[in-house]
Design a protein around this ligand. Sequence first.
Ligand code: IMP
Ligand code: MG
Length: 199
Amino acid sequence: MASILEAGVQVGDTHMAARELFGSAQLQERIRVLADEIAGDYAERGSVHTVTVLNGSLHFSSALRLALAEANADLGATMTSDTIHLASYHGTGSTGEVKKISDLTHSVEGKHVLVIEDIIDTGKTLSVLVAELLAQRPASLAVAALLRKPEKLAVPAEELGKTVYVGFDIGPEFVIGYGLDYDGLYRDLSAIYALASVS
Ligand code: IMP
Ligand code: MG
């Protein structure tokens, strides 16, 4: 447990305890396996163009792209990368409203796109982004999400793209660490923690 979390986390009026869900080594191991699977799928396409959704995906994207590049070096697919900065969250509740803070540098037209997302919660952010990217006519589109909360999905699964690679499915709890924040805090912890209210 990171010492900053030992006293718990104050979320508005509620005091929450933090519980480690995935340690740093476990995250790295899962990401490596995911990268091997993804690289295998892209080898026949010959290229992959990653679109990292900032800010939450920073650490996941970095680890995944480094592992993908290594796997691709063996398999022969070329790799390019872009980022887009979206915001949709306030506190611990999804607003459902997606704001674009900064856009892609390049069109994804004709590219084999892999969207890299930290977490699929309600899925609203991803469904908006997927629709926008598909309108640019990529050659293909898949999503890699480190975490997914199946119980909270609030959009039809088809709207998230045909192929979704998932690191871990989790419960409906709010999580922090490894890119995921609570009001800007805890993003740079190397493990992932779930918050639970203490009665
Ligand atoms: P959505 O509800 O799927 O649209 O989630 C939108 C975004 O909210 C995600 O990409 C994350 O950046 C953020 N988010 C969702 N769930 C959590 C969480 O448990 N902790 C921190 N951020 C979250
Ligand atoms: Mg995100």
